[in-house]
Design a protein around this ligand. Structure first.
Ligand SMILES: Nc1ncnc2c1ncn2[C@@H]1O[C@H](COP(=O)(O)OP(=O)(O)O)[C@@H](O)[C@H]1O
Ligand SMILES: [Mg+2]
Length: 246
């Protein structure tokens, strides 16, 4: 089954064509890296996947349903690009708040939160106000928040930004473990090396258009053409794009 089906989706802001006729499927249980430079249209696509913003044209199905429906959204975990969490809560309080919104009991939140907090290395800081957190700590809190209700589909917008190397390794292990549990992960990034290590498939967006989409092994598996090179080629010239896709 497809976890996400994006069909011929376009979105425009005034004179900016943020997303242009995007068609993309994400299969259940796979990790898809949604790549592109700043302004390529990644966050706009993610907002449409979450039902936060309707497409101008085209259609989107998420977990077989309409992303505008609460029943669909409750099965998705989302980590925003920049988390604007209430600064005068500590991490436990933040998780009680979000878990409560998802209909979780306090006992269930407590049980799941303590494990996740340890996993991302925030055990010692969980009682501190979020306003004292560094960027990387907030990113890690965001990962915990996204995973709290044990969602089937994870949508992560630039989850690696601000993470130090150790946190990246923990993050990678966590994502790979989620795949073992049969979860689907859709994450946007411009961290190519990391994407190469984690993803089953990658989709590269350039000025709102999908220019490369394929299995990681098929497009970068021969050792010579690593993802970084493909990315550069695709961004540079249209001839290179044809060569990559051939
Ligand atoms: N709410 C908005 N109003 C106007 N322009 C926007 C809005 N959101 C995004 N854009 C524009 O759409 C394009 C794609 O942005 P975005 O999806 O945020 O890219 P990315 O996440 O890949 O960096 C950019 O040119 C951006 O300036
Ligand atoms: Mg973005």
């Amino acid at each position: 089954m497809d976890a996400v089906v994006i069909q011929d989706v376009s979105k425009r802001f005034g004179s900016t064509q943020a997303v242009s006729r995007l068609t993309l499927d994400v299969q259940s249980g796979e990790i898809l890296g949604f790549l592109g430079t700043n302004g390529a249209g990644k966050t706009t696509t993610i907002k449409m996947l979450l039902g936060l913003m309707p497409p101008d044209e085209g259609s989107i199905r998420v977990l077989g349903g309409d992303p505008q429906e609460a029943s669909t959204r409750s099965r998705i975990g989302f980590m925003p690009e920049t988390a604007a969490y209430y600064p005068y809560l500590n991490l436990h309080e933040l998780l009680f708040f979000y878990g409560g919104l998802c209909g979780m009991s306090r006992a269930a939140i407590r049980a799941r939160a303590s494990d996740l907090i340890e996993r991302v290395g925030l055990g010692a800081a969980a009682g501190r106000l979020l306003k004292t957190y560094s960027k990387g700590m907030l990113q890690r809190a965001g990962i915990v928040q996204a995973l709290l209700h044990d969602p089937e589909l994870l949508i992560l917008d630039e989850p690696l930004t601000g993470l130090d190397p150790l946190a990246r390794i923990h993050f990678r292990d966590l994502i790979l473990e989620l795949r073992e549990q049969g979860k689907t992960v859709f994450f946007s990034s411009h961290e190519l090396t990391e994407a190469e290590l984690i993803c089953d498939r990658v989709a590269i967006l350039k000025q709102g258009e999908l220019v490369v989409c394929g299995a990681m092994q098929a497009i970068a598996g021969d050792g010579e053409r690593n993802l970084e090179r493909i990315f550069l080629n695709v961004l540079d010239t249209d001839t290179a794009k044809k060569e990559v896709l051939a």
